[in-house]
Design a protein around this ligand. Structure first.
Ligand SMILES: [Zn+2]
Length: 104
């Protein structure tokens, strides 16, 4: 494979990945704070999703709403797929560089 072919392969792979995100989703139960809430009174409470991610060496988090959770989970899965593609891309690129070193 040439460098040009590898780039072409990379762009095609990225194009097919869709929306991506990096982080992990954690689910927990919380009290809503309303005194008359039957869910909280029964101890069932409310299912809540939180996305945690690292940036600049620090951990951050964001609330993810129940209507966003399915699509956002998919984006995280797509992000992991992209990371696998990066590993494959790097290995292929290294092969090309080694081949070039032999030719010169
Ligand atoms: Zn409640």
């Amino acid at each position: 494979m040439t460098e040009k072919e590898l780039m072409k392969k990379w762009f095609a792979a990225v194009k097919g990945t869709g929306f991506i995100a990096k982080g992990s989703i954690r689910q927990y139960k919380r009290n809503c704070g309303k005194k008359s809430c039957p869910k909280c009174a029964s101890g069932e409470r409310h299912l809540t999703y939180q996305m945690t991610y690292y940036k600049d060496g620090r951990q951050h988090s964001r609330y993810v709403g129940p209507t966003q959770i399915e699509e956002f989970r998919q984006a995280i899965a797509n992000g992991r797929k992209l990371e696998e593609l990066m590993v494959d891309f790097g290995l292929e690129y290294l092969k090309i560089l080694k081949k070039q070193a032999k030719e010169n």
